[in-house]
Design a binder for this molecule. Structure first.
Ligand code: SAH
Ligand code: AVI
Length: 315
């Protein structure tokens, strides 16, 4: 059974956050809301695209180094995964972590999580699989208690890059507080040529555009809104100052939309900022990890220097 701690997207939280984001001076919606059932499937489709280099690059790094990661103390206890998605990368590690007894995937996308957890259960019958449908930016103290076991936290995908720098350090700090002696394996995307980044976040097949636009469809579905999808377009923008790719939904004309009974006005060219995807140098990520109370043990990258997997120790 999937544990809901606390219930993930009670309509009220979604409604409150969407309305406060759309009525702010600069319209912004947290990227965590991109992941309903449809969004999670679209994300999986993105990971298969030639243009989207992070998934295949991280998978190759994990595969190459998994014997080394299997020597981390936590692998003899419990693995807690943040933003586990399909658990495809996990499967690769679980094959090497033969002494692991508990796997706790945490994800906001409840149905997707349930399906992925069942698959892991079938593949590793002796592992206790405890899926937790939760928003990991909320107090994690409410997680089901782990038995007294060493813990390895797995945080792949460069999902850490979807947070503002200060929030990322705070999130790492919260994790360290509730899992004080743990080690972490965390995937981090690196800065690279702008053309490569824009192609990855505005792919020719339009899957990323569909992923971004699904947010408006979700708001229509769940909040009875009347967004006209043809009047908003996907934009991927490189923000060099912040070293991040930003996703926006740009209004193509002056228009008003009704969201949960509230009228929201858009000017032509105005955007809703829907995601940040930070690209960190070693120096920048080490700074964030240290601020969150973690020491860098090791870093592994592909030969082209596209992506890094760090191992961290809570201090
Ligand atoms: N780890 C997978 C999936 C990455 S996509 C991979 O590397 O391919 C990001 C995942 O994090 C999604 O499954 C999404 O549902 C989840 N997620 C995003 N924000 C979250 C939050 N605040 N709390 C819990 N899960 C979150
Ligand atoms: C999950 N996250 C790290 C992805 C990223 O690359 O920032 C989400 C994504 N957004 C557009 N494409 C993929």
């Amino acid at each position: 059974m999937t544990k809901h701690v606390p219930p993930v997207s009670p309509d009220k939280t979604f409604r409150t956050e969407i309305l406060s984001g759309l009525t702010a001076g600069r319209k912004t919606i947290s990227s965590k809301w991109l992941y309903d059932d449809v969004g999670s499937h679209l994300f999986e489709a993105i990971t298969e695209l030639d243009a989207y280099y992070p998934t295949r690059t991280e998978l190759a790094i994990l595969e190459q180094n998994r014997r080394k990661y299997a020597r981390l103390p936590g692998t003899r206890g419990a693995m807690v995964e943040l933003g586990s998605g399909s658990s495809r990368k996990t499967d690769l590690l679980l094959g090497a972590f033969s002494d692991l007894s508990v796997y706790m995937p945490i994800d906001i996308s409840a149905n997707h999580l349930k399906t992925a957890a069942e698959k892991v259960r079938r593949a590793y019958p002796s592992l206790a699989v405890i899926p937790v449908a939760a928003d990991f930016t909320q107090p994690l103290g409410q997680l089901p208690l782990l038995p007294e076991l060493p813990v390895v936290v797995f945080f792949p995908g460069s999902t850490i890059g979807n947070f503002e720098k200060a929030e990322a350090a705070q999130l790492l700090g919260n994790i360290r507080k509730i899992m004080p002696e743990s080690t972490m394996i965390v995937g981090v995307d690196r800065p690279k040529a702008e053309e490569v980044l824009i192609e990855a976040y505005d792919d020719p097949a339009g899957i990323t555009a569909a992923f971004n636009q699904n947010l408006l469809q979700r708001i229509n579905r769940e909040l009875g809104a009347d967004f006209d999808l043809a009047s908003f377009t996907h934009r991927a923008v490189w923000n060099g100052l912040e070293s991040r790719v930003e996703m926006h939904l740009e209004s193509l004309r002056d228009q008003s939309v009704s969201v949960a009974g509230t009228r929201i006005d858009f000017a032509a060219g105005e955007t809703v900022h829907t995601e940040n995807s930070h690209k960190y140098s070693e120096e920048a990520f080490t700074g964030i990890a240290n601020e969150g109370g973690w020491r860098v043990l090791d870093r592994d990258s592909d030969k082209d220097g596209l992506f890094s997997v760090y191992t961290l120790q809570a201090v």
